[in-house]
Design a protein around this ligand. Structure first.
Ligand SMILES: *Cc1c(COP(=O)(O)O)cnc(C)c1O
Length: 436
């Protein structure tokens, strides 16, 4: 019997038979180890907020919550997901540059810990909604700092951005608190970037953010009830990359945090972590439909591709770098050939892996893209060619659980209407905020 990839003792071929392919499988033990590997080392004053954006599955969120994670969210459905996963409102923060009136109202009605405001017009809207309700809205100001820290991955701050309010504008503003009586500024949020793989960069970001938060609080004359230092902890996907070492990170971060908490004992310190918690736990499993050669190169055409895993295309890098991949049903066989692993889409970009060293691939093989638990289907064009969402499976305590059903053709057809001139036009399900 060839050695087969297993998740907590469950063979991948069993999962494929039971749930069909393609699917994502998440290992609950790996989620546990990633969370606690960080948690037990970080200074206890730092609270880990799970960024649902990385993987918004309600069961993934619920498992992380059971380990002690709070939630950082950016949409109404993420709010509902976090609540359904059991996250308490006081452990939820809501951010994003384009929040709707409905989302802001839901934040107030749920009583989330903080709305992270990203512009002055947003502050005005929060102010209006809070005063309508006779409450004061707890608001953290997201600040786009004047500084940028090098090697902060994909930079989200320190340059012209739709995120946050420029540091300069915050300091140019006198009497911000008085202008918005329905708003209670409780803290500061800064997010420098994502995919950071150097401990020193996280430490430098955190140091500068804490220092900025103290200056902002002093300028606005508000108490600091929270500082969100962002995060951006990266994952080593590609050969040549080295992952963050949580022990090294915590060791270097500890004095910075200790110094801050000594000055601000009551302040909640928030770190937002998405990819770092979930990426490692996930495997995208596709079945090979056809193998062929073209002009001397080998192709394995699979039943799923970048429609479920856009990140595998290697966005942002000039040369395509491959995620770690394996023929899951024959792990023992040596990699003797180079294979292009492609999906069902009619575009040459639908390439999960280019010239991946693998054993000879056959139709029916199960190919796995490893470290795929973050920014998978939700960050991919799942509706391209109308294939829809894949199944998602969580293996926890040795047992598999279906945590998302794949889209079926009838699901995808149900939303479309065949134009009929004899029928009156139905009202659209209108969720817009724009009131003339
Ligand atoms: C995307 C995002 C995160 C999560 O990023 P990861 O790289 O998945 O950890 C956290 N905070 C903000 C503001 C984000 O935009």
């Amino acid at each position: 019997m060839p050695r087969e990839y297993q998740v907590q003792g469950v063979p991948v071929s069993d999962l494929a038979r039971r749930y069909g392919t393609p699917f994502f499988v998440y290992d609950g033990q790996v989620l546990h180890d990633r969370f606690h590997g960080l948690r037990r080392r970080l200074h206890s004053a730092v609270e880990i907020f799970y960024s649902l954006k990385a993987n918004p599955n309600v069961s993934v969120c619920a498992l992380l919550r059971s380990f002690g994670a709070r939630a950082e969210i950016s949409s109404l459905v993420e709010l509902r997901t976090a609540r359904r996963a059991g996250v308490a409102p006081e452990d939820i923060i809501f951010l994003g540059p384009g929040k709707s009136r409905q989302e802001l109202a839901a934040c107030l009605d749920e009583g989330v810990f903080a709305i992270v405001c990203e512009s002055f017009p947003e502050l005005a809207l929060v102010d209006e909604l809070a005063r309508d309700r006779g409450v004061r809205a707890p608001v953290a100001l997201r600040i786009n700092p004047s500084f940028a820290v090098k090697r902060s991955g994909l930079a989200m701050g320190g340059k012209p951005r739709q995120f946050g309010i420029d540091e300069e504008q915050v300091f140019a503003e006198a009497g911000l608190a008085g202008r918005f009586p329905g708003v209670e500024v409780i803290g500061v949020h800064v997010y420098m970037g994502t995919r950071i793989l150097e401990e020193d960069v996280v430490v430098e970001n955190t140091t500068r953010i804490l220092e900025l938060a103290e200056r902002v609080a002093a300028h606005l004359a508000v108490p600091l009830r929270m500082v969100d230092v962002g995060g951006g902890l990266g994952v080593d996907y590609f050969s040549g990359e080295t992952g963050l070492d949580p022990a090294v990170l915590a060791g270097k971060l500890d004095p910075v945090i200790a110094g801050f908490t000594a000055r601000h004992p009551g302040t909640r310190l928030i770190m937002e972590v998405g990819r770092y918690l979930t990426a490692e736990s996930g495997t995208y499993v596709v079945a090979v439909r056809y193998v062929k050669t073209s002009m001397g190169e080998r192709f394995a055409v699979a039943d799923g591709g970048t429609n479920h895993h856009m990140a595998a295309v290697g966005i942002g890098s000039f040369v395509k770098r491959n995620f770690p991949m394996a023929v899951l049903n024959r792990l023992d066989e040596p990699a003797t050939e180079d294979w292009n692993i492609t999906g069902p889409l009619c575009t040459p970009n639908d390439t999960l892996g280019k010239k991946v060293p693998l054993p000879p691939v056959r139709a029916g093989d199960l190919i796995g893209v490893l470290r795929s638990g973050a920014y998978g289907p939700t960050a991919s064009p799942v509706l391209f060619l109308s294939h829809g969402y894949p199944a998602e499976v969580l293996v926890h305590e040795g047992r598999p659980h279906l945590i998302r059903e794949r889209d079926l053709p009838e699901d995808l057809m149900a939303r479309q209407r065949l134009y009929d001139p004899a029928e009156p036009d139905p009202a659209a399900r209108n969720a817009t905020d724009i009131v003339p």
